[in-house]
Design a protein around this ligand. Structure first.
Ligand code: FE2
Ligand code: FE2
Length: 322
């Protein structure tokens, strides 16, 4: 009881400090170092950087394994270069966390596979070249959508500057994916069918990646602190605004359409719904609560352990030496 009394004024003061910081940020203040932060700001920033770093990191083993299906040496080299970029991007996020007192080696080597915070999409195997290039076209597009928003709106100066390089490289990954998707579609027959199958599971898995709908979103402070500018639903729309026309333009079906009255993209299936990772199949007749989606995410997907083992071996060693 005595402890609680001691804590109360501190909490009050902390939230007032938060309010002051939020007000300053709204007027254009950029946070440059730890001294500028409140504990709440620092916590929200570290959460964001963990998800960012883990997502970049886990794309590396997924793309690396898929690069073995490249149709030529040139295209294998292109994906190997992308893997190299992704490891660099992960290092940027972790390095920034290190400046805020987090142990980078512990982050990479000290966590169990299920403790990483990357999206469920990067727990899945990319099993052929079509899936590899759709990952570039759809997953990297999600990366640009999310990081582009952070780059434009973040109140954290060091992150804003670092994202200039990341954004430029992500655009190249995306172009690689989009140009290959066009080529595979043009080839027709079985090649186009493989492309369609890849989009069939990867389109809904990317939409889930943007997280809870705004109406259910718990207050995280990321918008108040201006660590990001757009809401989850707005980001989902931005992503679809590029991906739906891309797919439709090359004769690939997606379960979404633009609604002229509402001026937004609507999904043609219950969102969210169940996913069968063994068959890589969305069960559109099994709508799900978000609680159950979180449960599926928490249980992680089929490649979680394999990818983390790779990262904590050869890729991790590379990162650790930076
Ligand atoms: Fe990246
Ligand atoms: Fe990328």
């Amino acid at each position: 009881m005595a402890d609680q009394n001691v804590l109360r004024p501190l909490e009050k003061e902390r939230s007032q400090a938060d309010l002051r910081l939020i007000e300053k940020i709204a007027k254009g203040f950029m946070v440059e170092s730890e001294e500028d932060m409140t504990p709440g700001y620092k916590k929200a920033l570290l959460t964001q950087l963990t998800v960012q770093g883990d997502t970049e990191l886990l794309s590396a083993p997924a793309y690396y394994l898929a690069s073995r299906d490249a149709p030529s040496i040139n295209s294998r080299i292109a994906v190997t270069a992308i893997v190299h970029d992704e490891l660099g991007h992960a290092n940027i996020a972790y390095r920034m966390m290190e400046d805020l007192g987090v142990d980078k080696r512990q982050l990479i080597y000290g966590r169990q596979p299920h403790e990483f915070k990357h999206p469920y999409g990067f727990d899945q195997p990319l099993e052929n070249w079509a899936e590899m290039v759709v990952a570039n076209g759809l997953f990297d597009r999600a990366g640009i959508t999310l990081l582009g928003d952070v780059h434009q709106n973040t109140s954290y100066g060091p992150l804003k500057r670092a994202l200039v390089k990341v954004d430029r490289e992500e655009v190249l990954h995306l172009r690689h994916g989009e140009s290959w998707m066009k080529r595979l579609s043009k080839a027709g027959g079985e090649v186009k069918e493989a492309l369609q199958r890849a989009v069939d599971w990867m389109f809904p898995i990317t939409l889930e990646w943007f997280g809870l709908p705004d109406e259910l979103k718990r207050h995280s402070g990321q918008l108040d602190y201006k660590l990001k500018g757009k809401t989850n639903d707005q980001l989902r729309q931005v992503w679809m605004d590029s991906v739906v026309p891309l797919c439709e333009g090359i004769g690939i079906d997606v379960p979404a359409h633009f609604d002229e009255d509402k001026k937004e993209y609507l999904l043609d299936y219950p969102f969210p719904c169940q996913y069968d990772p063994t068959d890589k199949q969305w069960l559109f007749d099994e709508p799900l609560s978000w609680e159950k989606v979180f449960k599926r995410w928490k249980a992680r997907g089929p490649m979680n352990k394999t990818y983390i083992e790779m990262v904590q071996g050869e890729f991790g060693a590379k990162l650790g030496s930076n």
